[in-house]
Write a protein that binds this ligand. Structure first.
Ligand SMILES: Cc1ncc(COP(=O)(O)O)c(C=O)c1O
Length: 400
């Protein structure tokens, strides 16, 4: 059963309001201000006739939590409302959202065209798993329309993107890429985890399927694993068939935590963006930093695109330290406040070395194409005091 979000936001509300108060389920359950956690795997029917009626038309009744559950649906409606999409589906992880969505679009003999800057798990799915099922994945040599366009042929069914992309926070020209997919009659999908629905609206820009790992900013507190996909109703119905059969649905408690995280998403993103900018500016002054990637910096090659396409630059910073891996390790180990941990998007700041985490086990050629080097450190800037964060990165740089 898929619930359409269109209609639940008659007013032209702002995102700050939509995150907190959204969805027709609000206050429906005994006046509860928050949607309760429906800790049930199955739902009772009054009669066998009612089961038959459900089989004819599932709207208006729940059957089994792997298919749908009121807690999960309420959060899905909030995400769809934020994306301005027709419907959303929550998954047990970002990877479950990605794999089920892609499998719902392509079949044996089809081809996917994708860009080189991808989260490691997605790359593994494309490189190692899909070809076993007769699905070809063509990796473009770069992230621009001109890199992608020549690879699209009559077998291509999907253009898969990530923006801002791991680990540099590279901003792709999403509008132009979406238009290219439309022009060629293929589906476009984007992993917009770094941006969140607050900073970018890919569905409005023209992308067909928008995916987020809820584990990151949407949850926001490093206490859950989840994923979500948003699209039009027809596509979401297709993806839902895969979710119920592959079984990657989120559990109601996880969904409730995503819903709780969403309520503060707009506020948190303001702070992530403000802190990201201040930490990037502080890093810019160091001679030990040979490359610095933050789309908010005016000299970033992606600054203009980010300004056009997004409403903020986010909290992800990537830097390269002079001296390669030993320097990167020394810097991360010297951090006192920022935690040495993979992942991103939580209230606490994290640091990770891509060649040891997200890009571990990649061939030198893959690292070259992804423009990842051994001296690189990725920072996920949290919502702590910017002054404290800057003091921490400066003292760690002094140790390098
Ligand atoms: C950009 C991006 N997409 C997808 C994922 C996968 O999400 P999950 O860990 O929730 O499966 C990650 C995980 O780090 C990520 O960084």
């Amino acid at each position: 059963m898929v619930f359409c979000a269109i209609g639940c936001s008659e007013m032209d509300k702002h995102d700050d309001t939509r995150t907190v108060q959204s969805g027709p389920n609000a206050h429906k359950y005994e006046g509860a201000v928050t949607v309760p956690i429906f800790t049930t795997s199955t739902f009772a029917f009054e009669s066998s006739d009612a089961v038959e009626a459900y089989n004819r038309d599932p709207s208006g009744h729940y059957l089994y939590t792997r298919y749908a559950n009121p807690t999960i649906v309420a959060v899905e409606q909030t995400v769809a409302d934020l994306e301005r999409a027709e419907a959303s589906l929550l998954f047990a992880s970002g990877m479950a959202a990605i794999t089920s969505s892609v499998l719902a679009i392509v079949r044996n003999g089809d081809k996917i065209v994708t860009t080189p800057s991808l989260y490691g798990g997605t790359r593994k799915f494309f490189r190692d798993i899909l070809p076993r099922y007769g699905i070809e994945v063509a990796f473009a040599p770069g992230n621009a329309v001109d890199d992608v366009r020549p690879l699209i042929d009559s077998r291509t069914k999907l253009l898969y993107l990530e923006s801002p992309a791991n680990p540099h926070a590279e901003v792709l020209d999403v509008k132009a890429l979406a238009a290219t997919a439309k022009e060629r009659g293929i589906v476009s999908a984007i992993d917009a985890t770094f941006a969140t629905p607050i900073l970018m609206k890919p569905y409005v820009i023209g992308i067909d399927l928008v995916i987020h790992s809820c584990t990151k900013y949407l949850g926001g507190h490093a206490d859950l694993i989840g994923g979500v996909v948003s699209s039009n109703l027809k596509t979401i119905k297709k993806v839902e068939e895969y979710r119920r059969t592959l079984g990657g649905v989120i559990d109601p408690e996880g969904a409730s935590r995503v819903g709780r995280g969403l309520k503060t998403l707009a506020v948190r993103m303001d702070r992530h963006c403000a802190n990201g900018m201040q930490v990037a500016q502080a890093l810019q002054k160091s001679e030990k930093v040979t490359e610095l990637f933050y789309p908010g910096l005016p000299d970033s090659p992606w600054h203009t695109l980010a300004k056009e396409q997004m409403t903020g630059f986010g909290g992800m910073i990537c830097l390269t330290l002079r001296g390669g891996l030993p320097s990167a390790k020394r810097f991360v180990d010297a951090l006192r406040l920022i935690i040495n941990a993979p992942s991103l998007g939580g209230v606490e700041s994290l640091a990770s070395i891509p060649v040891l985490t997200s890009h571990v086990n990649m061939s030198p050629e893959e690292l070259r194409l992804s423009r990842v080097n051994e001296g690189m450190v990725r920072l996920s800037i949290g919502i702590e005091s910017a002054t404290d964060l800057i003091a921490d990165v400066l003292q760690a740089l002094a140790a390098v």
